[in-house]
Write a protein that binds this ligand. Structure first.
Ligand SMILES: Nc1nc2c(ncn2[C@@H]2O[C@H](COP(=O)(O)OP(=O)(O)OP(=O)(O)O)[C@@H](O)[C@H]2O)c(=O)[nH]1
Ligand SMILES: [Mg+2]
Length: 373
């Protein structure tokens, strides 16, 4: 059995941000970290400051962090931001003095490590490997440079370090290329499948949305499948497809469920997952599932829309599916008015995937879209 990792979270808050936002940010980070499993959050450093260029938290806080890591036997430091790789390198170096196995993760590392635990197919594993190599590569050169110049420096052979770094870079590039070629083969098979569907006039509906919104729950309801539903972020990592039938119409459709989105996903990471997201990119109709009981709903809708734009989705019709209506506790009338004002072009539907509320009506709406498309 692996022992539980002891973690310290670092969150730098811009002095201009209000306290409430900072708290929400921290809550999301906490639920992300606990999704990883086997992690114990031992300490949290929340500091109001501007990010420092070389250490992110500033030299004073680094001293504090070194003490915490030593005293509380921390294994992993998680930074709630996407930071420059040199920052991760500098922090790792400072912390080495007290723990030579210390790991410093930024948000991308954290997400990739979570993905890694939930990846089952060759495709998602390859995508993670490629994303990780892209993210890790420069850090390894960083270590290499310090290490090799120290080695070489003493005996007056400075050139040695440089050659080795070049070799390492080339080796790294070759490995990425190999993995990419493997992934491309899988992507191409997908494309052929999508084209075949298109040629046969089979319509496709894709379920998309923020992570934990209830996409898989809805997918299971519509397809009578039994995919894993968990109160966890990124429970789903691959795309799965099923069939949806309509009682009054012969024309069924293929429906897919896929990985959820989250804010601050760098484009490179989204890019790595394009193979998995292909079902969503080429779908005719999108069901954007939204957790209406979430106070952060509006921001999460924006995040999902932004990512859909980045992916250049082809859908001719997008339906907003407001889920978890059973858990909604706010002012119902106001909510209906707001949704009507802001999202009426997305044919808003209100459902509860746990109580079945609104599912029949949603199906009719999807059927209408399928018939019209
Ligand atoms: N109260 C309530 N909870 C729901 C509803 N639909 C889903 N949930 C819960 O929300 C959590 C996430 O559900 P999933 O279906 O796994 O959500 P997802 O969007 O597929 O999540 P990821 O795959 O992790 O991105 C689970 O704990 C579900 O039981 C609903 O209508 N009402
Ligand atoms: Mg899911």
């Amino acid at each position: 059995m692996n022992r539980v990792h002891r973690v310290v979270l670092i969150d730098i808050i811009d002095p201009h941000h209000n306290k409430e936002d900072a708290l929400k940010n921290l809550l999301e980070l906490k639920s992300l970290v606990t999704t990883y499993n086997g992690i114990d959050i031992v300490d949290i450093i929340q500091h109001r400051n501007r990010p420092d260029k070389s250490t992110f938290i500033g030299s004073g806080k680094v001293i504090e962090l070194v003490k915490i890591v030593a005293k509380k036997q921390i294994d992993i430091v998680v930074i709630n931001a996407i930071v420059n790789l040199s920052v991760l390198f500098n922090l790792t170096q400072s912390l080495w003095t007290v723990n030579q196995k210390i790991q410093v993760w930024d948000r991308i590392d954290l997400i990739l490590n979570i993905f890694d635990k939930h990846a089952y197919t060759t495709e998602s594993k390859l995508q993670i490997e490629i994303a990780r190599m892209r993210h890790m590569g420069p850090r390894i050169y960083g270590l290499g440079e310090t290490y090799f110049s120290r080695q070489g420096g003493g005996i007056g052979t400075k050139g040695l370090g440089e050659t080795n770094i070049e070799l390492m870079k080339r080796h790294w590039r070759d490995r990425i290329k190999k993995k990419k070629d493997q992934l491309e083969k899988i992507s191409n098979q997908h494309l052929i499948q999508l084209e075949r569907r298109h040629d046969n006039n089979v319509l496709t509906v894709a379920i998309v949305g923020y992570t934990n919104a209830g996409k898989t729950s809805l997918f299971n309801l519509l397809t009578r499948k039994n995919k894993i539903v968990r109160n966890e972020m990124f429970a789903t990592l691959d795309s799965v497809t099923g069939k949806i039938y309509f009682p009054s119409h012969q024309k069924g459709a293929i429906i897919s469920d896929t990985i959820g989105f989250i804010k601050d996903l760098p484009s490179s990471l989204i890019d790595s997952f394009k193979s998995t997201l292909m079902e969503s990119i080429y779908a005719d109709i999108l069901l954007h599932v939204i957790d209406i009981s979430d106070p952060e709903m509006t921001k999460k809708i924006e995040t999902v829309e932004k990512i859909l734009r980045e992916l250049r989705v082809h859908a001719k019709k997008i339906i907003f599916v407001f889920n978890k209506i059973d858990a909604f506790t706010g002012d119902g009338e106001k909510m209906l008015k707001d949704v009507g004002e802001n999202y009426s072009r997305f044919s808003p539907q209100f459902i509860s995937a746990t109580t079945d509320y609104g599912i029949e009506k949603l199906k009719k709406e999807v059927e209408k879209a399928v018939v019209l498309t």
